[in-house]
Design a protein around this ligand. Structure first.
Ligand code: PMP
Length: 427
């Protein structure tokens, strides 16, 4: 039964049982309306209320300042790999037009032929998208940018694989990072779900200078959002899929500085981008469009927003000090598990370097005996028998991965830590 299982899968993840029970009811008959939540129109007042409450509760839990917009999109984290690149290149072009053109009438204005030539030269010579590659997901994001804009436009600021003998598991020292001047974005993945690597702090070299100006920082927080406090104002854009710490698969959240959106920074017209040889986003991935329609430009899965909203209400009710409260629990759970692993160095090897270990995705190898595959299969079999499931590592790297997302209670972590010790101690 559900009570006997602690599920450590990397996403979709466990959802709180009471939230699911409420959702099951809401699917059949929402709030005594006689219609289920997945049947109500996305244009109804009910839908708007669900969206607005989820936005307000997310802003409250994460302390998101008023000058940020919260958008719900579809297309997953993978959709955002493309969307962030498209939209922020668009913003870069708008800013270049402002620098180069003597006047701009509207988003269509292409300036004088000389001005446009200068703009084209800026694109050809200066446009760069910066990526800090610390694992499989940031690598995929950088590959998507290269696919859309061309390899020459993508600058790999640092590559953890190169600095670590072909394997992920570190964050290259910031002194080695090669940031572009005036990049359209600087991208990093806050927590690498496959490789178990987490940025412990906001990178120093991306911090704004004394004038308050800094790079356009984008972070993928798909697998650690809501598990710790985030100083949102250091970022221009944060995105995350819902399916790990927030809710069910089907919505992706974008938190974006309003200054990057219209009216402050409208996207250039499709004609301008085409003439410059640059791609433009499909309309449903254009943040201006999504934001100006309160995430309802097209049909959004209100059911998924509803689930996220219920999870947020539960988090707010559980933790008076909000994200900091959840952070304390997340840290405690991770410590229990890593301590159990570190106590048996002849049986387990944690994959990433100690200083970058993820609190969410704990990746390790079972090195007991002389055949790792046999030892890991045995570990998984015994764990499953105890109700500890979903521990198999990602197919690309193997090993064991315990994803300790928010809905795993402290007792779950205690149970896993005990099993790790018992397995090691057994002959
Ligand atoms: N980024 C991270 C950190 C992820 O863990 C994942 C998926 N596990 C993605 C992006 C891709 O998300 P999706 O599958 O929703 O496209």
């Amino acid at each position: 039964s559900r009570e006997e299982i602690t599920y450590w899968g990397a996403g979709p993840a466990l959802l709180p049982t009471d939230v699911l029970e409420g959702a099951a009811q809401a699917l059949v008959n929402f709030d005594n309306t006689g219609l289920g939540i997945a049947e109500h129109s996305h244009r109804s007042q009910i839908a708007s209320t669900i969206i607005n409450e989820a936005k307000a509760d997310l802003a409250s839990f994460l302390d998101i300042p008023d000058d940020y917009e919260i958008c719900f999109l579809q297309g997953g984290g993978t959709g955002e790999f493309a969307a962030t690149a498209y939209n922020l290149v668009g913003s870069w072009i708008t800013n270049k037009r402002r620098e180069i053109f003597s006047q701009i009438k509207d988003n269509e204005d292409q300036g004088t032929p000389e001005e446009f030539q200068k703009l084209q030269a800026a694109v050809d010579n200066d446009l760069k998208l910066d990526y800090i590659v610390t694992g499989g997901w940031s690598q995929k994001a950088s590959a998507e940018a290269a696919r859309l804009f061309g390899k020459d436009k993508v600058n790999i600021v640092a590559s953890a694989k190169q600095s670590n003998g072909g394997k992920f598991g570190t964050i290259p020292d910031e002194s080695t990072w090669k940031l572009s001047k005036d990049a359209a974005l600087v991208y990093f993945c806050s927590n690498e779900t496959v490789d178990g690597v987490e940025f412990q702090e906001f990178p120093q070299s991306l911090a704004p200078g004394p004038d308050g100006k800094g790079p356009i920082v984008v972070a993928d927080m798909s697998s650690n959002i809501l598990s710790r406090k985030v100083d949102v104002k250091k970022y221009s854009l944060i995105f995350f899929g819902a399916q790990k710490n927030l809710g069910s698969t089907g919505i992706t959240v974008v938190v974006i500085k309003k200054s990057l959106l219209a009216p402050q920074t409208p996207q250039p017209s499709a004609d301008i981008m085409r003439r410059l040889g640059l791609p433009i986003p499909p309309i449903f991935l254009q943040y201006d469009t999504v934001a100006s329609n309160n995430s309802l430009y097209n049909t959004l899965s209100i059911f998924d927003v509803y689930i996220a909203g219920q999870v947020l209400k539960k988090l707010l009710a559980t933790y008076p000090d909000k994200a900091s409260g959840q952070e304390a629990v997340s840290t405690q759970k991770a410590r229990l598990i890593y301590d159990a692993l570190d106590s048996h160095p002849s049986v387990y090897r944690v994959v990433p370097e100690k200083s970058v270990r993820s609190r969410m995705n704990i990746c390790f190898r079972v090195t007991k005996g002389d055949n790792v595959d046999v030892a890991e299969a045995d570990f998984l079999k015994q764990a499953t028998a105890l109700g500890l499931t979903g521990l198999k590592g990602h197919r690309s790297v193997g090993g064991i991965r315990a994803s300790s997302y928010n809905s795993i209670p402290l007792e779950g972590a205690q149970k896993l830590a005990k099993f790790i010790a018992d397995f090691a101690n057994a002959a």
